[in-house]
Design a protein around this ligand. Structure first.
Ligand code: RIB
Ligand code: NA
Length: 309
């Protein structure tokens, strides 16, 4: 029952409206479908890793409300250790109203609620109770101080850290670059952090080097349909890793499926080259894009081709 991956991060309830196109400011439009699902970048990454069959723990906070109770039940259904998911009366469970257009693109509002109440001590005390940890993942949907404290703690213990700077903030504390073993933004997050355009692979390669210059040792930029770009400080040679083409139904949470899968490969197959881990994680993310919703579209190990394992 030893936990190998911990996610210190957010839980949201996703309130998803499917629309012909994203509304403009001041505009009212008709949606075609509505659904409620489990989300939050932290929770999504956690559930994805757990579905691949590795022991995962979530470190998070939810409100003492129906969304909070359901969130904990959902983790249990997905074989996630919830010993460190606490419930607070001080705030409501995080929510994310999401609109998804017919191209599968989305826009998301997050109301963090209880997520912002996860403290540095919550994170450190939880991690200190997991002696077999191999990977810790953090994002930016909780207090940045808490994410940083968790990564610093992990790094000191020799645990691999993956940092997903999402949603991006322009003035990111420079320590994040130092404490992340793998720094993993998407194209828009990279643009915000570097001030450089990231509209194609060549630009992504340049931006990846700019992130290395900020102090990262390994950078993986996800590029949606274009796959990803990886670079390490050892070689400083950016490598493009394409992904398989699919018909997008709903891209919500695809980045989270990628990161959760990447953590799984790093924890479970430590000898597998990073490029191969990325290739396989991209494949799993592309499967998620073909299904509606966030966690609802994440595959289980048994649904995936055996070459991935
Ligand atoms: O990355 C997708 C997630 O972002 C959604 O599940 C939503 O909750 C927001 O946090
Ligand atoms: Na999806």
């Amino acid at each position: 029952n030893a936990v190998n991956i911990a996610i210190v991060g957010s839980c949201n309830t996703d309130l998803i409206s499917y629309v012909p196109r994203l509304p403009k400011p001041g505009e009212t439009i008709h949606g075609t479908k509505f659904s409620v699902g489990f989300g939050g970048k932290g929770a999504n990454q956690c559930v994805m890793a757990a579905r691949l069959g590795v022991k995962v723990a979530m470190v998070s906070k939810v409100g003492d409300d129906s969304f909070g109770h359901d969130t904990i039940k959902n983790f249990q259904t997905n074989n996630v250790n919830t010993n460190h998911v606490s419930m607070t009366k001080e705030a409501a469970t995080g929510v994310a109203p999401i609109t998804v257009n017919t191209e599968g693109q989305n826009s998301i509002v997050i109301v963090s609620g209880a997520n912002m109440l996860i403290t540095e001590d919550d994170a450190k005390s939880a991690l200190s109770q997991m002696p077999d940890l191999k990977v810790v993942i953090c994002q930016l949907e909780i207090s940045p101080h808490t994410s940083l404290a968790a990564m610093k703690y992990a790094k000191e213990k020799g645990i691999l850290t993956i940092f997903n700077p999402a949603p991006a903030i322009p003035e990111l504390d420079s320590q994040f670059y130092k404490y992340a073993d793998i720094f993993c933004p998407n194209e828009t997050e990279t643009e915000l952090l570097t001030g450089l355009p990231v509209t194609n692979i060549t630009e992504a390669e340049k931006a990846a080097l700019a992130l290395l210059d900020k102090g990262c040792s390994k950078v993986v930029i996800t590029l949606g349909t274009q796959g990803s770009v990886v670079v390490t400080s050892e070689t400083r040679k950016a490598i493009h890793i394409p992904t398989n083409k699919v018909k997008a139904i709903d891209t919500t949470g695809a980045g989270d499926a990628f990161i959760g899968s990447l953590a799984y490969y790093l924890a479970h197959y430590p000898a597998l080259p990073l490029e191969e881990c990325i290739k396989r994680a991209s494949h799993i993310a592309s499967v998620s894009v073909c299904g509606a919703g966030t966690q609802t579209s994440f595959p289980w190990k048994k649904d995936l081709p055996s070459e991935l394992f």
